[in-house]
Design a protein around this ligand. Structure first.
Ligand SMILES: Cc1cc2nc3c(=O)[nH]c(=O)nc-3n(C[C@H](O)[C@H](O)[C@H](O)COP(=O)(O)OP(=O)(O)OC[C@H]3O[C@@H](n4cnc5c(N)ncnc54)[C@H](O)[C@@H]3O)c2cc1C
Length: 452
């Protein structure tokens, strides 16, 4: 029987689901899968994106771990595609590769003042509070008044973590440096800005409702934002999700505010146009244009400019994929160009044989963890059907990869290593009744994983 030696680059949910689906699929060949991950620990944004105070979603890691624990997938962590292994290496040892490298950067936002001190990307902040090893250990939390731009769940995650009292995060897995940083924060007001109205937000109801339950945080909404046009009324009447969101917001309109030490303001119909310089290169205020509904579910500017003093701004306007050496890249959308997961040359429809994509790097940084499963199904169906176009590797043996990494001095981590790290983090949390405390420095993660 023929054997497919498959490399998967990126051990987030997309890569792990792809491996699982292929192993369970009906096919006429054997499969052997190696999963390469640049971080010492697997699970991608489930570990390093999903908010630490969302333990139910973090729990998806247990299902992903079950897949890895089955024992038919090898994982090589702390191995970066582009430096530790290249596309030529993969062609030498495998029949095909699937890239599932996700997205970790912030999408750009082009407004005056965006480069001022105090202007941050949400993705950077998320990486910090979720203990990503490749970002600095400290975060400048010095602002009393903060703006968060965006009306999706990442904007809510960022706003919630900023507004919450640090002690209320102590039950979570947040690393010690994050707790210490948040404890010092003098924040009193978090202002969330969305260009469109309450009926057009991309929040999910559960995430929104959660804000109203934060201890010692008042939710502030503004009556002027609830003068719905016909399109908004129709959206509220016809879409269950919008209806629930509207109900939550309407309740907040009737709440008394003023008792809490922190406030979380939701500004709708507010399009940020500029960050104002305090004269020393730091953010002093945000200017935004009031918008109004255009009658078709969109908005137009009214020309009315308003200003709110702030000392920090986080843009949560989307994530963006990163290019990989030797692999086509679509610079506009931040994805690997592909048709249903089959990679294409950039700017043409020419197929790049043996190369596939799945997850956020395939279809862009939108959608939930569950969506990466259907994504993977599509990509895997092509991997199976493309047998005639697979690469013919010179050395497909499983040992050859281990030998190559050893020869290069790559300190890779494996599944046993993840178990060591997992147990270590759980043990760190146990005396304090916490599920785990994350280890942040990369060298420490590697040392614990490799039991060195
Ligand atoms: C802040 C935030 C909160 C979220 N919250 C939720 C939520 O509550 N519920 C939900 O369902 N979804 C949530 N999501 C969405 C969810 O995280 C994504 O749908 C999912 O993680 C995408 O999976 P992926 O495998 O494509 O990418 P990723 O999860 O990003 O995984 C990609 C992996 O590839 C690795 N990689 C990248 N480059 C290389 C390289 N050169 N070499 C080797 N490895 C590499 C990365 O280190 C990473 O481990 C959230 C997303 C964000 C950003």
């Amino acid at each position: 029987m023929t054997k497919l030696r498959l490399a998967i680059v990126g051990a987030g949910p997309a890569g792990i689901y792809a491996a699982d689906i292929l192993l369970k699929a009906e096919r006429k060949f054997d499969v052997s899968i190696d999963l390469f991950e640049q971080l010492p620990a697997p699970y991608g944004l489930v570990r390093y994106g999903v908010a630490p105070d969302h333990p139910r979603i973090k729990g998806i890691i247990n299902a992903l771990r079950d897949v890895l624990d089955r024992g038919d997938i090898r994982i090589f962590g702390n191995v970066n595609f582009g430096t530790d292994i290249t596309l030529d290496d993969l062609k030498h040892h495998y029949n095909a590769v699937i890239f599932s490298t996700g997205a970790i950067q912030d999408a750009p936002l082009d407004i005056p003042g965006i480069d001022l001190d105090g202007s941050y990307g949400a993705a950077e902040f998320v990486s910090w509070f979720d203990g990503h090893p490749d970002v600095p250990r400290t975060w400048p939390l010095e602002a009393e008044s903060v703006a968060v731009l965006g009306n999706g769940n990442v904007a809510l995650d960022v706003s919630r973590i900023l507004a919450k009292h640090a002690e209320d995060l102590l039950v979570t897995e947040i690393p010690d440096n994050v707790y210490e940083g948040l404890k010092q924060s003098p924040v009193t007001d978090v202002h969330v800005f969305g260009r469109r109205g309450p009926a057009q937000v991309k929040f999910t109801p559960l995430e929104l409702r959660e804000l109203g339950e934060l201890r010692d945080v008042d939710m502030v909404v503004y009556d002027e934002d609830f003068d719905y046009d016909e399109a908004s009324k129709a959206a509220v009447a016809s879409n269950k999700q919008v209806m629930v969101i509207d109900r939550v917001l309407q309740q907040w309109r009737t709440r008394e505010v003023g008792q809490a030490s922190r406030r979380l303001h939701l500004h709708f119909y507010a399009k940020p146009v500029e960050l104002v310089d305090d004269g020393t290169g730091k953010v002093a205020a945000i200017r935004y244009e009031r918008t109004r509904p255009d009658g078709e579910g969109g908005v137009v500017g009214t020309g009315e400019i308003r200003e709110i003093p702030i000392q920090a701004m986080y843009r949560a306007v989307g994530y963006f994929g990163s290019p990989l050496d030797g692999v086509p890249f679509d610079e506009i959308h931040g994805v690997i160009p592909n048709h249903e997961g089959k990679v294409l040359e950039a700017g043409s429809n020419e197929r790049v044989h043996g190369v596939y994509a799945t997850g956020w790097i395939k279809r862009g940084p939108v959608g939930l963890i569950g969506h990466t499963k259907s994504d993977a199904m599509e990509t895997i169906s092509h991997v199976i059907n493309d047998q005639a176009d697979w690469w013919s590797p010179v050395d497909p043996s499983e040992e050859s990869i281990v030998a190559m990494l050893d020869e290069r001095g790559v300190k890779y981590t494996d599944l046993d290593g993840w178990h060591h790290l997992d147990e270590h983090e759980i043990a760190l949390g146990a005396p304090h009744d916490r599920a785990r405390v994350k280890v942040v420095p990369r060298d420490e993660m590697v040392r614990i994983s490799r039991a060195e």
